[in-house]
Design a protein around this ligand. Structure first.
Ligand code: 6PG
Length: 614
């Protein structure tokens, strides 16, 4: 790439000969109307370029699909053009040929018969957005030396993965499978024999072996380990390199790291990675955010390894600046906690409350997974419930104390900070905390416990529970997406919630059929305040309402705790109430603390001298 006259064609042809690859000159693919415009001295508009770039991209994608790597010479002046060109290509090395105005002008003046007139050079220079992550080469060098420099880069791996634990090595294998050579580093590697990813001896050796600009993916636990890696990595990096933190880091840490690295010209990206080991290996859902200019460089890499939605779209999209990527992953995990808790509560109601066996429930969950509850978590629940150890169901042998690494708790803490109600997610975090009080619960059960038998129709309860699970899940997604909307405004991220729903449709832990409708709801109205008021979801939830209430009533009657399900229902009831008893709360605040209140009949703030004698 480079402005007209920078020598792209000559260098590109020489490079293609050296590599034995095909060569394409993008200028040869302009439609006649574009050539006529340029020959007439009229600069092309973005609309003129759009069909040309799209057809170049489909040609390149087709060539790569047939395993025909190629060299393309194209001005590719703007980031948005480069994005279209690179979409779906996997590994792309951008080479930017740079030279002074005078040198290029001289070359343009000496070439004959070219439709690009020398006086258009300035408009090209004005349009140029210098690419992040490109190999920049001065065109004062002779062509063979330029080709040599490109070859030096080409022969080195481009991506480094630091932290080769389960997630790091699975993602490294995924990258390698997609033709992206990877070099790994781990201070204490534990690999199976014959593991096919080469390893560097040290962080310094890793950085020295990677081509520039380096792309380094850090896959270590959040917190101090990320700082340790950055401490040893940064002195060995240079401006233009890209560092990606693929762990579950707290988004505020990510914002700070991005600002810190920006000062030395290093692009920092915080990328949420979801899907566990299998996702990382076969297709994760990816939520990158941070240093925007670097996205164009890594986009084709991550689009090639990400999961695909049922409609074939890659489950990766740019979330926004700063900590946007890790923020979205954090909210994903809050919804994950809620989904898991809602499923567990329904299981508890039907198993402990209504006496259905694990085997029967395995069939019920498998059946639910064929309908509107279709999701990864419902699917694995069916598998878990049918698993035996000897003659015992394995699930009955697992201690009922849930652990957590903290991402769910962060969502609750942050939602309190921005003043956004997410009671279902909060309840799911609380339910894990309650589960951890095992010793106290066992002793309290002796003092306070007492079983009540379910006396209704099992089949009716099963169907009611299915609808309650669906409606509760919608209410929980409504909370998560409302929180995303608020955070987006608070941090100026401009989060695209339709695109987030798309990225979550496959690969991640909360993948679910429902997300297609969530995406459609935000496509219909990107400013939708709450999913519950979208036409589709309003109809769905209202239809489930009687069954939802019945389920909660039965659970309350039996003494089966449904913290998250009841929180979802209460959220629904609060959100749809034009009037809430906060008038009384305000009166109480004014009574004991003179905090004032507002009135429904007059503007302003009021205080009453309450009669406190009684
Ligand atoms: C994912 C998961 C993954 C992991 C979390 C949750 O999207 O692949 O969210 O990141 O399961 O660490 O862990 P806790 O339940 O321990 O908080």
């Amino acid at each position: 790439m480079g402005v007209s006259g920078s020598g792209k064609t000559v260098v590109g042809q020489a490079l293609a000969r050296r590599l034995g690859w095909d060569f394409y000159d993008a200028d040869d693919f302009h439609p006649p109307q574009n050539i006529a415009k340029m020959a007439g001295g009229i600069p092309l508009t973005d609309a003129d370029r759009a069909p040309w770039l799209a057809s170049l991209n489909s040609g390149l994608v087709a060539a790569m699909a047939e395993n025909r790597p190629c060299v393309l010479a194209c001005s590719a002046l703007k980031q948005q053009y480069r994005q279209v060109l690179q979409a779906g290509l996997g590994q792309v090395q951008l080479v930017h040929l740079v030279g002074s105005y005078e040198l290029i002008l001289g070359r343009m003046q000496s070439r004959e018969g070219h439709y690009m007139k020398p006086d258009m050079l300035q408009s090209q220079i004005d349009a140029l957005e210098p690419p992040a992550g490109a190999l920049s080469i001065e065109i004062t060098l002779p062509v063979d030396q330029i080709v040599e420099k490109i070859m030096e880069t080409h022969q080195k791996p481009r991506m480094g993965v630091i932290g080769m634990g389960v997630m790091g090595r699975s993602i490294a294998l995924n990258l390698q499978r997609h033709g992206i050579p990877v070099l790994g580093y781990d201070p204490a590697p534990k690999f199976p024999d014959g593991f096919p990813i080469p390893l560097a001896e040290s962080v310094i050796a890793l950085t020295a072996s990677l081509s520039s600009p380096r792309v380094i993916l850090i896959m270590v636990p959040a917190g101090p380990p990320v700082e340790d890696v950055l401490g040893s990595l940064l002195p060995a990096l240079q401006a233009g390199d890209i560092v990606i933190d693929g762990g579950n880091s707290y988004f505020v840490d990510t914002e700070q790291r991005q600002r810190r690295l920006e000062a030395s010209g290093i692009h920092f990206i915080g990328m949420g990675v979801s899907g566990g080991e299998a996702g990382a290996l076969l297709g994760p859902s990816l939520m990158p955010g941070g240093a925007g200019p670097a996205w164009g460089v890594i986009q084709p890499i991550f689009e090639s390894i990400a999961a695909r939605t049922p409609a074939g779209q890659p489950c990766v999209a740019w979330m926004g600046s700063g900590g946007a990527g890790h923020y979205v992953k954090m909210v994903h995990n809050g919804i994950e906690y809620a989904d898991m808790q809602l499923i567990a509560e329904v299981y508890d109601l039907l198993h402990r409350g209504a006496g259905l066996s694990n085997a029967t429930l395995a069939e019920i969950f498998a059946d639910w997974n064929k309908g509107e509850l279709q999701s990864y978590l419902v699917e694995i629940t069916a598998h878990i419930l049918e698993r035996k150890e000897g003659i015992t169901d394995l699930v009955d042998l697992i201690l009922d104390e849930a652990a957590q690494k903290g991402t769910g708790k962060w969502v609750s803490q942050h939602a309190f900070d921005v003043g956004m109600p997410i009671p279902t997610i909060n309840a799911a975090v609380e339910a894990r905390l309650l589960s951890a009080l095992k010793v106290e619960r066992v002793s309290a059960a002796r003092r306070l416990g007492g079983e009540r038998a379910f006396e209704g129709e099992q089949d009716e309860l099963v169907e009611a529970a299915r609808q309650a699970l669906y409606a509760s899940k919608v209410a929980s997604y409504a909370q998560g997406f409302a929180l995303l909307g608020t955070a987006s405004q608070e941090y100026g991220w401009e989060l695209d919630r339709a695109s987030i729903a798309q990225v979550w449709q496959a690969g991640c832990i909360i993948r679910a059929g429902l997300l297609e409708q969530v995406m459609a709801a935000f496509q219909r109205n990107k400013d939708l305040p709450n999913l519950l008021v979208d036409d589709y979801f309003a109809r769905q939830v209202l239809a489930c309402q009687p069954a939802w209430r019945k389920t909660v009533q039965v659970a309350v009657g039996l003494g089966i705790p449904m913290l998250a399900t009841t929180a979802s229902l209460a959220y629904f009831d609060s959100y749809r109430s034009a009037v809430l008893p906060a008038n009384l709360t305000q009166a109480q605040r004014d009574y004991f603390g003179a905090h004032t209140y507002r009135r429904v009949d007059r503007n302003g703030f009021f205080h009453t001298e309450w009669d406190k004698s009684s």
